[in-house]
Design a protein around this ligand. Structure first.
Ligand code: HEC
Length: 127
């Protein structure tokens, strides 16, 4: 009798731990997911006729999009809703402050980085 009572208590404790774990996994999605979405379909399609913007978009998709999806917030903050000067984007990409990885010159050449900045500026102006 006593042993089964302890078993139920252990089960209850395990459920509680699982709930807390689940909540801590889900919570960031609410936190980041609700912030500053400005991309399609809320905004129109981006004009990528400028080759710098078009190329910057490709580089962005390759290197940055997984954490800043379409310039929105993902694992990283949104980039399309604030007036980040080009040099700050460059500095952040080179030095990776906080939880972001750094991109060295051989991984992200200066020309590519300049085009990413042009793409981000176009994104911000869009709409
Ligand atoms: C592995 C995920 C990841 C990748 C890949 C990534 N970032 Fe980030 N980025 C982050 C995180 C996380 C932050 C927030 C850093 C902090 O302050 O802790 C951030 C912050 C930034 C900021 C500063 C935003 C602000 O509001 O201050 C800029 C600019 C930025 N990233 C640009 C880029 C660019 C450009 C690329 C691609 C070359 C890129 N990121 C790739 C995760 C990432």
């Amino acid at each position: 009798m006593k042993a089964s009572g302890r078993n139920t208590e252990v089960k209850r404790l395990k459920t509680r731990v699982r709930l807390i774990l689940a909540a801590s996994v889900i919570a960031p999605y609410f936190f980041f997911g609700c912030s500053g979405r400005r991309s399609e379909p809320l905004r129109g399609a981006l004009d990528v006729s400028d080759p710098k913007v078009g190329h910057g978009q490709m580089v962005f998709m390759d290197k940055c999009d997984k954490c800043h999806p379409g310039g929105d917030a993902g694992l990283g903050p949104s980039l399309n809703n604030k007036p980040l000067p080009g040099f700050m984007v460059g500095f952040q990409a080179r030095h990776g402050l906080g939880a972001m990885p750094a991109f060295a010159e051989d991984e992200l050449p200066k020309g590519d980085l300049d085009d990413v900045v042009a793409y981000l500026k176009a994104l911000r102006k869009n709409g």
